[in-house]
Design a protein around this ligand. Structure first.
Ligand SMILES: *[C@@H]1O[C@H](CO)[C@@H](O)[C@H](O)[C@H]1NC(C)=O
Ligand SMILES: *[C@@H]1O[C@H](CO)[C@@H](O)[C@H](O)[C@H]1NC(C)=O
Ligand SMILES: *[C@@H]1O[C@H](CO)[C@@H](O)[C@H](O)[C@H]1NC(C)=O
Ligand SMILES: *[C@@H]1O[C@H](CO)[C@@H](O)[C@H](O)[C@H]1NC(C)=O
Ligand SMILES: *[C@@H]1O[C@H](CO)[C@@H](O)[C@H](O)[C@H]1NC(C)=O
Length: 523
């Protein structure tokens, strides 16, 4: 072989290699283009093995991705059998809603097209609750009082299943989660340890009552304001849609709504629980009486729409009223947020906030919490009170007491103020939990008047009598407030509870010239 022959040989080998490489490359291109147009059939990120889907009378919605134009049929096998009629993948997405399925399982759910299938196994039907908010919802079961006892119980609740969205934000509304933190799991001590304590305890207490599967979807992030969890539509209601002053990226308007709530809208849920508001004590505090109810309204509307009407338009929404915080400044920010959490009514449900329930938590302080006083470790009582609210409001149990005592009448005399409560009360002495506003003029409590303590003098089954002895004799009582402090009492030792001693009276403020209800009377 001479040199030219050799170089020709080399040249043709090189051409051959090139041609082969080009062929391989175009095959790869073709494959990847098929892949990017959908490829395999799959479920959206938050469907998975061990999941709980919403039971009857609602229909569970299932959706996912697939190759454009493919025909997808979903079949259910287990205690009941079902097969949906085929749907066509459009813009990469397929979606079906099942016929209502009774509580129970296990099921396998298979989505099948001509060329591929995706299957979920060990699926149960029950009630799905969404758990949202900031750090007190994020607070892990491993961090609470009696954590080891609680974690030891986890394995006894195989039908309470947990799922957690990852902490992600987005500037646009996403259709699927960016990432999943905890895929649906059968509870173990180690998975529950990392899961939201309030969410877990609520789910397990509800299971104790309902005795059917409960699905828990945790989507929350510490330190976040309500604005981050609200759509711009909801923020607009309160004039907050143009606000730009937020302290950190994850706190910006709508970024968590976009990434961590919007993707969930098409899943059918029973209801939601929420523990948030601490951040709004220092951020748009005065607007929280608007922004919080507006977010609830907007979630209800969009979850209803997203699920094709399956999630109730007024789905039950429970929340925790702020607990305590020992901060260095003294101001009324915590009492104001607690009040705003009820749309300035003091109790829920009320006409502005229907189908809601509230766990009062201001009597559960924790001075030595290693996570800071803002993170009290008793989440058992918080979740228990939420569960009472859910039983009454979400499940319609008529004989479940879930609200603490609230004033129905305020009677002022020369030397006393009598407060009549909506129910029998259990009262302990206090010199300063009640305060009265004394004014020289007949005007709402303001700069011309002052708050002074009003010691409890005596009480009847439904009444508390306060002394006005600390008011100047020439003044008139124009307002009364109760527990109006960041930290109003010691652990479970506030002055007013329900007769059973379980439900604390929520804080209130009532101004005789501004009160919407006609509750003020003169003796
Ligand atoms: C989503 O959150 C996870 C953890 O919560 C994080 O590791 C990941 O980087 C986030 N992804 C984006 C795109 O922000
Ligand atoms: C909300 O609270 C602020 C501040 O206390 C008050 O000025 C405003 O009137 C309240 N708005 C509503 C809708 O109740
Ligand atoms: C979710 O529901 C909304 C409202 O019906 C719809 O616009 C959206 O396309 C749905 N997303 C998916 C992925 O089905
Ligand atoms: C922790 O356990 C002790 C002993 O059983 C009990 O007295 C206490 O109430 C529990 N604490 C909470 C917050 O559940
Ligand atoms: C005020 O309350 C006290 C204690 O319950 C009761 O004895 C008294 O009769 C009440 N006064 C009026 C005028 O209702």
């Amino acid at each position: 072989m001479d040199f030219s022959e050799r170089s020709f040989q080399l040249f043709s080998n090189a051409v051959y290699v090139l041609i082969m490489a080009a062929t391989l490359f175009s095959v790869l291109l073709l494959l990847s283009s098929i892949h990017s147009s959908g490829g395999e059939l799959r479920f959206a990120s938050y469907y998975g093995d061990h999941q709980v889907l919403q039971k009857s009378p609602q229909r569970a919605v299932l959706w996912g991705f697939g190759p454009e134009g493919a025909q997808v049929t979903v079949s259910l096998s287990g205690p009941e059998k079902q097969k949906t009629s085929p749907v066509t993948v459009t813009e990469g997405v397929w979606r079906v809603s099942l016929e209502p399925v009774q509580a129970g399982g296990p099921y396998s759910v298979k989505a099948a097209s001509e060329s591929s299938t995706a299957t979920l196994t060990d699926v149960f039907f029950g009630d799905v609750w969404l758990c949202g908010g900031q750090s007190n919802m994020y607070f892990k079961t491993s961090q609470i009082f009696n954590a080891s006892e609680e974690l030891a119980l986890a394995a006894r609740y195989p039908y309470v299943r947990a799922f957690m969205a990852a902490l992600n934000m987005s500037d646009i509304e996403l259709s699927d989660l960016i990432q999943v933190e905890l895929p649906w799991t059968v509870p173990t001590a180690s998975s529950v340890a990392e899961f939201s304590a309030v969410c877990w305890l609520f789910g397990r207490y509800m299971y104790d009552i309902l005795q059917y599967p409960i699905g828990l979807v945790e989507s929350c992030w510490g330190g976040t304001p309500v604005e981050a969890w609200s759509s711009s539509r909801a923020l607009q209601q309160c004039g907050l849609d143009r606000s730009t002053e937020s302290p950190s990226p994850k706190d910006r308007n709508s970024v968590l709504w976009n990434a961590m709530i919007h993707p969930l809208l098409n899943m059918t849920i029973k209801g939601a629980i929420w523990y948030q508001g601490e951040t709004n004590a220092v951020y748009h505090q005065n607007e929280y009486n608007c922004s919080f109810p507006a977010m609830i309204d907007d979630w209800r509307m969009t979850f209803n729409e997203g699920s094709g009407g399956q999630t109730a338009i007024n789905f039950p929404f429970g929340f925790v009223q702020l607990s305590t915080y020992q901060k260095h400044s003294t101001d009324d920010s915590f009492p104001n947020i607690r009040w705003h959490q009820t749309a300035d009514t003091g109790f829920v449900p009320n006409p502005r906030m229907q189908q809601t329930f509230m766990a009062v938590a201001l009597d559960l302080p924790d001075l030595t919490s290693p996570y800071g006083t803002i993170h009290p470790r008793d989440k058992q009582d918080v979740a228990y009170r939420l569960a009472l609210g859910a039983r009454a409001v979400a499940y319609g149990e008529k004989d479940v007491a879930f609200q603490g005592p609230f004033p129905e009448e305020i009677l002022t005399g020369k030397t006393f103020v009598n407060i009549t409560y909506s129910q029998t009360v259990s009262v302990t002495q206090s010199k300063d939990a009640f305060e009265i506003c004394c004014s020289e003029i007949q005007a709402p409590c303001g700069s011309q008047s002052q708050w002074v303590p009003a010691p409890i003098m005596q009480c009847g089954p439904t009444t508390v009598q306060l002394s006005t002895s600390l008011c100047p004799v020439t003044d008139e009582v124009v307002a009364v407030r109760y527990a109006w402090r960041d930290w109003p009492c010691a652990f479970k030792a506030c002055p007013v509870y329900s007769a059973s001693g379980i439900l604390p009276a929520p804080p209130f403020i009532s101004n005789c010239y501004q009160e919407k209800r006609k509750i003020w009377k003169r003796n």
